[in-house]
Structure formats: structure tokens, C-alpha cells
Design a protein around this ligand. Structure first.
Ligand code: SF4
Length: 396
């Protein structure tokens, strides 16, 4: 937790922390870089994008998956990214390129990616190009997800072949044979981490964690190995579970990324209770784990076919809006706050339909937009959050 601007170490109270930090942002960046150094000690780090790579497979092979999302604490400018990307690229793409070109050669042993949106489609080649002048390209591993809406009966065979091919390529490249028993143990660890993510969400829904604290905790966990993530979540749960419940207008917050910290704090200050979230890097990532064991390809067929709906997983998109509204009803929320990622056409195409359906169901809605400039653009959002909270308090 970095509630007061000083990060609590996910490695326990006695872990080394910087004695003096010029700013909270630099403090956080230094702490995350230590997390990344520890991650590297576990095995070759594989930078993954977009959000739902086969982490369990990498982990079982003794590799250290790092999902290249939520990189804002590590990126303070876009000079490298802007040499390769258009200015109208989302912050996720710009930060990813900036980070990999600046730090990728030192940290990463490879890149793993699957097909999602147009922004990400050519990033592997762009990264190749950028890295070729900085010590050389990184080995690349590609998973092609079928995007048709025919379901497992239609594309299941193809997807299973893709998983087995990827497994073979990773095994050969790193000389680490696949072991089904190790894979099952890895899936158990990821299932545990996802369970704990949902428990933290429940603590936030009960008002025992503010939204800023919740986002800080979940965002920091991205940089930890799954074993460290489990410990960090367990310690956080132990710390917050005795707190008083807090009441206030209940909201669901949606978006690809959490809002910038200043906007999260504005939601807490306005008295809003984050009763549920539909943030891609949070709930959509920890919503569930397949029960399949003993079958690598079957596990990932289930993983991608029945994943929590996300516009970046096109086959799941048809069931997304109604699923989100069901969850909002179950959590007893009054309002839905959508945090738009500027230039993300996937979420923006969906929002008008989602907003109309949410209002038909009696939810109030608020649309906020955030960009690569992050905290610098949250002033207007703060005012709108305060007004929205007043509206909900008055029963509007
Ligand atoms: S935020 Fe949207 S446009 Fe950007 S990488 Fe994610 S899905 Fe693609």
C-alpha cells in the first residue's frame, strides 16, 4: 500500500526501503525496480502483452512472466516511443514501447504476445526495429488467438495446436522441457493469486480499503512473481480485514487501466465505495481460473473461451455488457464510472451501448477520460467525481 505516498514493501516490514526519496513517484519506481530485480533472479523474464498471456505455462517452465501493463511509475517521458508511434496511440502502447526500448535489453530475455487490438498488432516489429540499434532484438514468441465467434467447437482444435506449438518453442528456446505436473502446480498458484485478488475486491466493496489503496496494491502486484503476489495479498488482507466498514454511494469502476492515483484519491475523498470493478488489469484478469488439470491445451482452451469478457478478447465481447450489468446489480451499485483510455477504440466503440443499457437499468453513469499524461490531467476529473458523488447521495 502506498497510501501516504510511501510504498509499503510487499517483501515484508523488514525489507530494505530507500532512506530518502525525492518524490513519492521516484520512491515507487525505485521499489518496483527492486521487485523486477528479484523477478529476474527467478529465471529469464519474458515481457508479455496484452493482458492475458499464458503465464502459468511460462512459470511452469521456470520463466518469469511480466505483463507489460501499468508501467506508468517506470516511465517518465515518451521520447523513445514517440520516435516509433503516432501521437494518437493509447498510453498503454506508448508506455510499453518506451519501457521496452529503454530498459528491455537489461531486464527481458524475450517477448511473448498475442493478437488483440490494432495498436498492439505491429508492436513486435516496431520493438524489433527499435531494439536492433540498442544491443539487438529480443527473441519473440507469438500466440495466435482465433477471433471468430464460433466458440470452442469451431476453433478449439486450432487454439490447442497453437498452445502446444508455443510450449514447444519456449521449451526449445530456453532448454526447459514441459512437465505437466509442474504446470498443474503453477495453475494452482495462479488460481490462489486470483482468489486473493477477488478477496481484496470484496474488502474494497465493504469499504475497508479505499479505491486508491486497492489500486496501489493490485498495481504493485503486477511486478511480483506469483509466489510474492500471494504473500503480498495475504499480508494486505490480514492488515485490512479488521478495519471498520465504510458506507457511501456504491459504484462500479470500469476501464482498461485504473484511473491515475489522484483520481482514485478523489473518489475516496468524495465518499464513493468501490463496490465492484471491471478494470481489465484487475477484475477481468483475476475473475476466474479454469478447473482443468492434467491437460495443458485443454486448460488454455477453457481459459480463453470462458474468460471474463473483455473487448480485447473479441469472442467474449457479445456477452460483455450484460455480464457487467449483472455484476453491477449483484454488487448493489448506484453508479457506473467508466475510465476511458484515450485513443482506445475497442472500449470507446462499446461505451455508448454500455452507457445506454446501464441507464435503462437505472444506473447513473460518469465517463472520464485519461491519457498518457496521467496525473497532469486529473483536475477536471476530480471536480466531476465530486459532482457525481453528490448526485448519487441525493438519490439521482
Ligand atoms: S488500451 Fe485499447 S488500444 Fe491500447 S493497447 Fe489496450 S486495447 Fe489496445
Amino acid at each position: 500500500m502506498i497510501h501516504s505516498g510511501h510504498p509499503v514493501s510487499p517483501h515484508g516490514p523488514n525489507a530494505e526501503t530507500p532512506r530518502k526519496a525525492p518524490t513519492p513517484v521516484q520512491d515507487l519506481a525505485a521499489a518496483i525496480r527492486k521487485d523486477l530485480a528479484r523477478l529476474r533472479e527467478r529465471g529469464p523474464v519474458i515481457g508479455c502483452f496484452p493482458l492475458y498471456p499464458p503465464e502459468e505455462l511460462l512459470h511452469s517452465l521456470g520463466l518469469a512472466p511480466l505483463v507489460l501493463w501499468g508501467l506508468s511509475p517506470l516511465v517518465s517521458g515518451y521520447a523513445e516511443a514517440d520516435r516509433h508511434l503516432q501521437a494518437f496511440t493509447c498510453s498503454v502502447g506508448r508506455r510499453l514501447v518506451q519501457f521496452v526500448l529503454s530498459e528491455g535489453r537489461d531486464l527481458l530475455s524475450g517477448l511473448l504476445f498475442y493478437n488483440a487490438c490494432d495498436t498492439l498488432r505491429n508492436l513486435p516489429e516496431i520493438l524489433d526495429q527499435g531494439l536492433s540499434g540498442r544491443g539487438g532484438k529480443l527473441p519473440r514468441f507469438r500466440l495466435h488467438l482465433p477471433l471468430g465467434s464460433g466458440g470452442p467447437a469451431h476453433h478449439g482444435g486450432y487454439l490447442k495446436q497453437e498452445i502446444l506449438r508455443l510450449c514447444g518453442e519456449l521449451s526449445d528456446a530456453f532448454a526447459r522441457p514441459f512437465d505437466q505436473e509442474k504446470f498443474d502446480l503453477s495453475t494452482d498458484l495462479y488460481a490462489r493469486a486470483r482468489d486473493l485478488g477477488r478477496e481484496l475486491e470484496q474488502e474494497a466493496a465493504a469499504g475497508r480499503m479505499g479505491f486508491a489503496e486497492f489500486c496501489e496494491t493490485l498495481s504493485r502486484a503486477v511486478f511480483l512473481a506469483v509466489e510474492g503476489r500471494i504473500l503480498f495479498f495475504e499480508e494486505t488482507l490480514a492488515r485490512v480485514s479488521g478495519r471498520q466498514k465504510r458506507t457511501g454511494p456504491r459504484v462500479m469502476i470500469s476501464g482498461i487501466l485504473p484511473p491515475p492515483p489522484a483520481a482514485c484519491r478523489a473518489m475516496d475523498a468524495a465518499g464513493l465505495v468501490p463496490a465492484s470493478n471491471d478494470i481489465a488489469v484487475f477484475h477481468r484478469s483475476y475473475a476466474s481460473t479454469p478447473a482443468v488439470r492434467g491437460d495443458l491445451a485443454g486448460y488454455y482452451l477453457e481459459f480463453y473461451s470462458n474468460h471474463e469478457p473483455c473487448p480485447t478478447l473479441l469472442p467474449t465481447a457479445d456477452r460483455r455488457v450484460e455480464r457487467l450489468l449483472d455484476r453491477a446489480r449483484a454488487a448493489g451499485v448506484q453508479g457506473l464510472i467508466f475510465c476511458g483510455e484515450k485513443f482506445c477504440e475497442y472500449e470507446y466503440f462499446e461505451w455508448p451501448h454500455l452507457e445506454r443499457r446501464a441507464r435503462e437499468e437505472g444506473f447513473s453513469t460518469l465517463f472520464l477520460e485519461f491519457s498518457a499524461e496521467g496525473d497532469e490531467t486529473t483536475g477536471a476529473a476530480t471536480t466531476r467525481v465530486q459532482a457525481f458523488a453528490e448526485l448519487l447521495e441525493s438519490g439521482g
